[in-house]
Design a protein around this ligand. Structure first.
Ligand SMILES: NC(=O)c1ccc[n+]([C@@H]2O[C@H](COP(=O)([O-])OP(=O)(O)OC[C@H]3O[C@@H](n4cnc5c(N)ncnc54)[C@H](O)[C@@H]3O)[C@@H](O)[C@H]2O)c1
Length: 386
């Protein structure tokens, strides 16, 4: 697909406007469509401001020139001559299916249809289309113009050649594409679950308090933000709902079990930074709790959470959800992990990781702590992943 192809984006919210910006800056004409005119006006104003800022900083030559690439539409018929449509509307399967059926009635037979869904099955969205083999998942991360990763998700029905087309296109847009199977959470939202879930479990058991767990994961493990600071930042409405969806979609596998602590925050409306209260209190003048900077405790916390994360990555590799390289790229480029989890496992040695997990499994006797059979094999053979 070349730059002449017109890109249609459905939904002018956080993701849709970001994706539209990426496509326009890559040289495409972009039609941004939203059912809500207020959302469309807001996106137009915000894109205009962003382009001016980028021009001031010298990152683009001319703000007006890029803005001229955009058309803002409230009528879906505007998509008639598009070569690619990317959908980024509300995360609701029935609404997405209807939008895909409506779009298919407007576009030409060779127009590609992509969804930016985070947690729904691309296969079920594709099933709403007559020509389901042209439907694919293109999962961008927030904010789309800054985050390099794009997960490419072929549905069961997708024409295999489309994967390469999308890979080339995403690379031309300056993105880092990875390919993943159409399974819940794809790569990032699946492999990252223990970062939140195991941290909350440690807190709920009273092993350590919230600031101490955040301190361990930043100062000792090297993550940019601790799990509680990060979920407060993402918003518990978003993070909890992803956890619950992944848990249900995995047929209630205990590895992905949501927590009551986070559910109660959601019920209380303590959604994190955006509401002024989450795990932490963001009110002006609120005194932030201090971590217990106990190195031995910090090491124990970091080791437990990292072992759980490594196990997720290894199990995803074992089940061929993605290649080893794509798993590493996904976690470093999609959620800025300090290093890839397979590399982490190689540095520790699979045997150490296995012994942490088996220790937890023996203590708890919960399926949640079962080690991947691949990790067990790698430990037995003393092998490395990379
Ligand atoms: N926010 C994130 O961090 C993130 C990251 C990756 C993927 N996603 C996915 O991207 C999609 C959009 O998320 P968002 O955060 O941008 O949502 P958002 O609420 O900011 O924006 C959604 C937009 O879609 C519009 N819309 C809703 N129904 C519509 C319809 N039937 N036709 C046309 N427009 C419609 C709304 O008016 C709104 O402007 C979701 O599928 C979400 O799961 C979100």
């Amino acid at each position: 697909m070349n730059k002449e192809a017109i890109v249609g984006v459905i939904g002018a919210g956080a993701m849709g406007s970001g994706i539209a910006q990426v496509a326009a800056m890559a040289g495409h004409r972009v039609i941004l469509f939203d059912a809500n005119t207020t959302a469309l006006d807001k996106a137009k104003a915000s894109l205009t401001a962003t382009m001016s800022k980028l021009a001031e900083k010298g990152k683009i030559a001319n703000a007006d020139e890029v803005m001229n690439h955009f058309e803002f539409a409230t009528d879906i018929n505007a998509f008639a001559s598009c070569g690619l449509i990317i959908e980024a509307i509300i995360e609701n399967l029935e609404i997405k299916k209807k939008v895909f059926a409506d779009v298919e009635a407007v576009v030409s037979a060779d127009c590609l249809l992509a969804t930016n869904t985070s947690s729904l099955s691309v296969t079920s969205i594709a099933a709403a289309c007559k020509k389901a083999d042209r439907v694919i998942g293109l999962h961008f991360f927030n904010p789309a113009p800054l985050m390099a990763l794009v997960e490419i998700i072929p549905a069961v029905q997708t024409d295999a050649a489309l994967v390469e087309t999308c890979k080339t296109l995403m690379a031309a847009w300056g993105k880092v594409p990875v390919i993943t199977k159409d399974t819940p959470g794809f790569i990032v939202n699946r492999v990252a679950r223990p970062f939140y879930g195991e941290a909350i479990r440690i807190y709920e058991e009273g092993i350590a308090d919230i600031p101490t767990i955040d301190w361990a994961m930043t100062e000792i493990a090297g993550f940019r933000m601790g799990p509680f600071t990060l979920t407060d930042y993402i918003g518990h409405d978003v993070n909890y709902v992803v956890t619950e969806t992944v848990f249900q979609s995995f047929f209630y596998d205990p590895r992905y079990k949501p927590s009551f602590s986070q559910k109660r925050l959601l019920e209380a409306g303590w959604l994190g930074r955006k509401t002024g209260r989450g795990f932490y209190n963001y009110a002006e003048g609120a005194v932030q709790p201090e971590p217990t900077k106990d190195i031995a405790l910090g090491n124990k916390i970091a080791e437990r959470i990292i072992a759980m994360l490594i196990n997720e990555a290894v199990e995803a590799l074992h089940l061929k959800i993605a290649s080893a390289l794509d798993l590493e790229l996904a976690m470093t480029k999609g959620v800025n992990y300090p290093k890839g989890l397979l590399q982490w496992c190689d540095e520790w040695g699979a045997a150490k990781c296995l012994s942490v997990l088996d220790g937890l499994y023996n203590d708890y006797r919960e399926d949640r702590y079962r080690a991947s059979v691949l990790l067990r094999k790698m430990a037995a053979d003393n092998k490395k992943f990379l």
